[in-house]
Design a protein around this ligand. Structure first.
Ligand SMILES: C[S@@+](CC[C@H](N)C(=O)[O-])C[C@H]1O[C@@H](n2cnc3c(N)ncnc32)[C@H](O)[C@@H]1O
Length: 326
């Protein structure tokens, strides 16, 4: 790899695809089984008829006790006994009924709880799957050239949307979105500053600044985005005042992206880079490499624990011979 661009090769390629897919497989099986049990109406109905039959049996016993005087007295005695017994039985029965209904209630409550837990588990698994898909695509973007990544998105058009859904989720975990800082700093520049957003994603930069902005990405998220590999854009040479790479220096051919930025920028134009700090083995080496592409360092902010912000100024346009010798 030329002039040590490997310094920016991702250290984030650490996901274990096999382990994740096994977990997902097991998780899905659990959900299917749990849903089947939790929603079986047969289990619920079986108890209720039992309770009704117990009531009917008691009525039959009372009707079958009419006969002679002795038997009447006996009956009365028995009856009073019975009525006491009956009361006891009734109380017992009522207790039983309470017991049944309490048990039924607790079964119902348990079912509701388990349904809610199933729902939680399902959404957790869906989130995990989405997260895995995001990490997988992210990894592909780091491991391939821009041209290969473009083909990847072309072959699976949904993956760009899935990637950006995952990316939005990822941003929500961060204490700051580096794009906000880009927006803030570009808003301070004159309104006639022409901006090119290399790897614009959903093109929020263009929507947030008043400047003429060319939004470029592998996929055209909306009609304002130019779909291209940023190593080879359709922009004119020496045309824009600012090139932005906000977490978009992906791909194995970083040198091509920086050289393209050199080509489209006017002399004196700004190259603004925000990148995940953990991707740099040696930020000074990276700066030295960018300088070789016709830039001077304006400033670098490496204070933030997650992101580095580095600004360069275009000093001169590199000719083809110089570019190819790098
Ligand atoms: C992490 S996202 C950042 C998006 C946007 N800059 C932001 O800050 O919201 C990186 C973006 O760079 C794009 N990208 C990566 N390699 C590219 C290439 N070679 N050409 C054009 N876009 C590229 C990806 O498609 C993705 O949309």
């Amino acid at each position: 790899m030329p002039i040590g661009w490997s310094v920016l090769i991702s250290k984030q390629n650490r996901s274990n695809g096999n382990e994740r897919s096994n977990k997902t497989k097991n998780g899905n099986t659990d959900i299917t089984e749990a849903n089947g049990k939790g929603s079986n109406p047969k289990n619920r109905k079986r108890k209720a008829p039992q309770a009704e039959n117990e009531d009917n049996d008691d009525d039959t016993k009372n009707d079958g006790s009419k006969s002679s005087g002795k038997r009447e007295r006996t009956k009365n005695h028995e009856s009073s006994n019975l009525s006491r017994k009956d009361k006891k039985e009734k109380t017992k029965h009522a207790d039983n009924q309470n017991g049944i209904s309490t048990a039924q209630n607790s079964v119902e409550i348990q079912k509701k709880h388990s349904a809610a837990a199933d729902g939680d588990l399902r959404s957790k698994l869906v989130e995990r799957l989405k997260g895995s898909r995001f990490r997988f695509i992210n990894e592909q973007l780091y491991k391939t050239t821009g041209e290969e990544a473009k083909k990847l998105f072309q072959e699976d058009p949904d993956s760009f949307t899935a990637y950006h859904e995952g990316y939005r989720h990822q941003i929500a975990q961060w204490s700051m979105n580096p794009l906000d800082r880009m927006i803030k700093s570009i808003k301070k520049l004159p309104k006639d500053t022409i901006v090119a957003d290399f790897g614009c994603g959903e093109a929020r930069l263009a929507q947030s600044i008043p400047n003429q902005t060319y939004s470029l990405d592998l996929v055209s998220h909306n009609s304002s985005v130019i779909a291209c590999d940023m190593a080879n854009t359709p922009l004119e040479s020496n045309y824009v005042n600012v090139v932005v790479f906000c977490l978009s220096l992906m791909g194995t051919n970083l040198l091509d992206f920086i050289l393209e930025a050199n080509r489209v920028l006017k002399v004196g134009g700004l190259l603004k880079i925000a990148e995940v700090s953990s991707r740099f083995d040696n930020v000074n080496e990276f700066v030295a490499n960018v300088k070789k592409c016709g830039f001077t360092l304006v400033n670098k902010d490496t204070k933030h624990k997650l992101f580095y912000f580095i600004n360069f100024k275009k000093e001169r346009t590199l000719n083809k011979k110089e570019s190819s010798s790098l």
